[in-house]
Design a protein around this ligand. Structure first.
Ligand code: MG
Length: 250
């Protein structure tokens, strides 16, 4: 069941989204060679808790950390670790959510660690822009398939692929609400977008094949071919005036 929010609820939700966006900025400040992913997670958690908010992902389905930190061929759900030391050239996808005043915000960004290869940068750029394309398609009256189609079309034209096994989602009082928001699909198909819907659009884009597998820890999701993946995400609201990004730092 799709939950449509009032303007007042969306306004409240913007606080959680701002905290999430700021937490992502905190993570970005620590993405540098020699830093462990555990350290980044700790800084993120400290920031969120200092705002009086709760990390959305901590203990969610048993996830052991506040941020998912996914390096290089890890697509999503990487578990922060003291053993994982970032090195020059890594691409580091951080996904973080915060729960505050009854609502969640959810966002992700792939950060370069130091100087990255041209091909890695191109993948990151394409993924970031595909998120913008997806957001632009999130117009009231459009359908969920219009978002996926916009992302997929942009990504595939550049020779990349979009993950099928994981998708974006509604977000609000619960971290994952209806509808599912795939990053692929046919224009004009799927759930109709209504003003007041709040959704997380999150393209996961692979340099090679979109096939992924989940490792034995039941979280870490990697590309089967071992090639790079990038992941960007915003929480947005569908409004009568067009899509509004809620996960804005400030
Ligand atoms: Mg999400």
């Amino acid at each position: 069941m799709v939950i449509v929010k009032t303007a007042r609820e969306i306004s409240t939700m913007m606080d959680a989204c701002r905290i999430s966006a700021n937490a992502l900025c905190v993570a970005g400040e620590y993405v540098k060679p020699g830093v462990t992913t555990w350290e980044i997670d700790r800084r993120v958690r400290e920031y969120i808790e200092k705002q009086g908010a709760t990390p959305s992902f901590l203990d969610y389905g048993g996830f052991p950390a506040s941020a998912c930190i996914s390096v290089n061929n890890v697509v999503i759900h990487g578990i922060p670790s003291k053993k994982q030391v970032l090195k020059e050239g890594d691409i580091v996808s951080v996904d973080v959510g915060a729960f505050y005043n009854g609502f969640h915000g959810d966002n992700a960004y792939t950060f370069p660690c130091g100087k990255v290869s041209e091909s890695a940068q191109a993948l990151m750029d394409a993924t970031r822009i595909s998120l913008e394309k997806g957001i632009e398609a999130a117009l009231a009256g459009n359908r969920v398939g219009d978002i996926g189609n916009a992302v997929q079309t942009y990504v595939e034209a550049r020779g990349y692929s979009v993950v099928r096994d994981f998708v974006g989602h509604g977000v609000g009082a619960k971290l994952h609400e209806d509808p599912s928001v795939p990053n692929y699909g046919r224009a004009g198909r799927g759930v109709r977008l209504l003003p007041g819907m709040t959704i997380a659009i999150e393209p996961m884009v692979c340099e090679g094949s979109y096939e992924v597998e989940v490792l034995e820890d039941e979280w870490t999701t990697v590309t089967v071919d071992g090639k790079l993946a990038a992941h960007y995400e915003n929480t947005i609201a569908v409004t009568p005036d067009g899509p509004k990004i809620l996960t804005v730092a400030g």
